[in-house]
Design a protein around this ligand. Structure first.
Ligand code: ATP
Ligand code: MG
Ligand code: FE
Length: 353
C-alpha cells in the first residue's frame, strides 16, 4: 500500500510518501520536512500560535512536494495518515483537518496517527524489527521506556517524573545561549568540552526504578553557569560536555535495567532496544547505548537521525502498518493534545487481520 503521511504536531511541517509491501517491508518514496527555525528563533522556544500559522501557510506546498518527489499522482495513494495528537493542538488541527479533507476528496482511507506510535514504529520501517521490543522514547516532550508488544499494544515501564530529556537539552542550550533547538547545539559544543571538569548530579540513579528526573540536573547546570558568569567559550563547552555525560550515564544505566527486565519477562524473545525520538539523534548517547546493549547481549536499533526527529515518513508508516491490519478512522476523529501510548483506544481490533 502507498500512504501519504502528514505531521504538524510541533514545529516541523512535514509530509511523506511511504510504501509497505505485503511482507511488511517499507520504503520511503519521499520525506519532506520544513522546520520552523526562523519563526521561533527570537523566542527561545516554540510559540504554539506561530507554529499553527506556519503549518497553515506551508502544509499544502509540503504535501505537493512530497507527492511530486515520490513520483506518484495524488490518486495513487491508498490512505492518508495524519498526526492526531499528542502535540500543540493548533498545529495538530491543521494537519488532521488537511488529512481529512484529502481523504474525503480522494475517497481514500483516513488513519489518525498517534505521534508517539509514529516514533515507536519507525524502527520497523528502517530495520527488520519484530515484536516484542523495548523502546526508549526520548523526545522533546517525552522520556519513557515502553514495551512494544504489537502495533497499538504498548505498556509503559517507566519514564520521567519531571522534564523530558529533549526539553532538558533545550533548556540547557537556552541558559548557555546556544539557541533553539538545543539538542544538536549542545552536542556540537560538547565535543570541544571536558566532560569531567564539572560533575553534575545523576538524579534517581541509585534507585532501582525505571524512572528519570532531569529537572534537578538542569538546575545544577544553571547554578554552575551563574557561578562562572561571564562564561568563556571553554566554560560553555565544559558545562555542555558535563551535562551530556550525566544524561548519557543516566540513560545507559536505566536502559541496562530495562533490558534486564525485558529478558526476564521474555526469555524466548531476542532482546531488542529501539531508541526513538529526537534525542536518539545524539551520537554520544547512541554510542553509550550500543555498549550497554552489547553488554546485555541485546540488539540496539537507532533509526537514522532524520527519522528520529519529527518527520512525515514515520506517520505514513504507522498509517501503512494500521492499514494492513484493517484499521480505518472516521472523519469525525478528534485532535488530541494529550494521548498516551498505553491507552486502550490505541489497540487494533484484529478480526480483519
Ligand atoms: P514529542 O515527540 O515528545 O511530541 P517533539 O516532537 O518536539 O516531542 P522530537 O522532534 O521527537 O520531539 O525531538 C525534538 C527534541 O530532540 C528536541 O528537544 C531536541 O533538542 C532534541 N534533539 C534533537 N537532536 C538532538 C541531539 N543531537 N542531541 C540531543 N537532543 C537532540
Ligand atoms: Mg521539532
Ligand atoms: Fe516527536
Amino acid at each position: 500500500a502507498i500512504v501519504l503521511g502528514i505531521e504538524t504536531s510541533c514545529d516541523e511541517t512535514a509530509a511523506a510518501v511511504v510504501v509497505r509491501d505485503d511482507s511488511g517491508r517499507g520504503a520511503i518514496l519521499s520525506n519532506v520536512v520544513r522546520s520552523q527555525f526562523d519563526e521561533h528563533a527570537a523566542f527561545g522556544g516554540v510559540v504554539p500560535e506561530l507554529a499553527a500559522r506556519a503549518h497553515v501557510e506551508w502544509l499544502d506546498h509540503i504535501i505537493a512536494q512530497a507527492v511530486e518527489e515520490a513520483g506518484i499522482a495524488l490518486g495513487d495513494i491508498d490512505a492518508v495518515a495524519a498526526t492526531a495528537g499528542p502535540g500543540l493542538i493548533g498545529g495538530v488541527l491543521v494537519g488532521l483537518t488537511t488529512g481529512k479533507a484529502l481523504a474525503a476528496a480522494l475517497d481514500k482511507t483516513l488513519i489518525a496517527v498517534n505521534h508517539l506510535e509514529a516514533h515507536a514504529l519507525t524502527a520497523r520501517l528502517t530495520d527488520e524489527v519484530q515484536f516484542p521490543y523495548l523502546m526508549l522514547l526520548v523526545s522533546g516532550g517525552h522520556s519513557q521506556f515502553v514495551l512494544v508488544r504489537d502495533v497499538g499494544d504498548y505498556e509503559r515501564w517507566g519514564g520521567t517524573i519531571d522534564d523530558a530529556l529533549g526539553e532538558a537539552f533545550d533548556k540547557v542550550a537556552k541558559l548557555l545561549s546556544l539557541g533553539h533547538p538545543g539538542g544538536p547545539a549542545v552536542e556540537r559544543i560538547a565535543r570541544e568540552g571536558d566532560p569531567e571538569r564539572f560533575r553534575f548530579p545523576r538524579p534517581l540513579l541509585r534507585e532501582e526504578r525505571l524512572d528519570f528526573s532531569f529537572s534537578g540536573l538542569k538546575t545544577a547546570v544553571r547554578l554552575k553557569a551563574e557561578a562562572l558568569a561571564p562564561l568563556a567559550e571553554q566554560d560553555v563547552a565544559d558545562i555542555a560536555a558535563g551535562f551530556q555525560a550525566a544524561v548519557t550515564e543516566i540513560v545507559a544505566t536505566r536502559s541496562r535495567q530495562a533490558l534486564a527486565r525485558f529478558r526476564t519477562e521474555f526469555p524466548e524473545a531476542e532482546p531488542q532496544l529501539v531508541v526513538a525520538g529526537g534525542v536518539a539523534a545524539n551520537a554520544r548517547i547512541g554510542a553509550a547505548l550500543r555498549e550497554t546493549a552489547g553488554a546485555m547481549g541485546a540488539r540496539l536499533v537507532v533509526p537514522p537521525a532524520a527519522l528520529c526527529t519529527d518527520n512525515g515518513a514515520m506517520v505514513a508508516w504507522v498509517g501503512a502498518e494500521r492499514l494492513a491490519l484493517g484499521v480505518k478512522d472516521g472523519l469525525e476523529v478528534a485532535a488530541r493534545p494529550r494521548w498516551p501510548l498505553d491507552t486502550p483506544d490505541m489497540k487494533v481490533e484484529t478480526d480483519a487481520a
